[in-house]
Unconditional design. Structure first.
Length: 181
């Protein structure tokens, strides 16, 4: 079954970070001090997210990062609608470019720049096994892991950091159903 142009656009918008007003200034959002892009490359599983208008019903969500020839990061996002094992698959490919020397703030685009967003790495395991990712307007928040599950103590620590350190409201956070759930 072929995915329509509108479906692709909707999925891209869901996985990019929207620019909406926030009561806390972007300058107050702290990212990690440095990201080794080569260590960050590879597959990540979405453990939880704040709801996005164009991402309803997404399960088995993954993001895979690799290097493009120009040094930017290729972003390949995948999900299955409603059912992590048999749901309708949707994927989109985009491009991420670090905006400063820390590599913790990236601009992400899909459809050759038609949709754009911010990808800020807020918390990162020293061994690159989990990450907390958001946007400067605190509209998007993602808990990511190298595996389909994440230790509950780590998960709770990331949620605590999201609220106490980064000023997020996580009352609407959705735990993502992964294939191995």
């Amino acid at each position: 079954m072929k995915m329509t142009w509108f479906s692709r656009l909707a999925f891209a918008a869901a996985l990019t970070f929207g620019a909406q007003a926030s009561t806390v200034s972007a300058a107050e959002l702290e990212t990690v001090s440095f990201v080794d892009v080569n260590q960050y490359l590879g597959k990540w599983y979405e453990i939880a997210r704040l709801p996005q208008i164009f991402q309803p019903g997404c399960t088995a969500v993954t993001a895979e990062y690799s290097l493009n020839d120009d040094g930017s990061v290729k972003v390949f996002n995948f999900c299955r609608i409603l059912d992590p094992e048999r749901g309708f698959p949707i994927s989109i490919t985009g491009k991420a470019v670090p905006v400063d020397e820390t590599n913790s703030k990236l601009d992400v685009s899909f459809f050759n720049g038609l949709t754009n967003g911010k990808y800020w790495i807020l918390e990162l395991d020293p061994n690159y096994q989990w990450a907390l990712v958001g946007d400067p307007d605190r509209v998007s928040l993602y808990v990511l892991s190298r595996t389909p599950t994440l230790d509950d103590a780590v998960y709770q620590d990331l949620l605590k950091a999201a609220v106490e350190k980064h000023g997020y409201d996580i009352s609407r956070l959705i735990k993502t159903k992964q294939f191995r759930d």
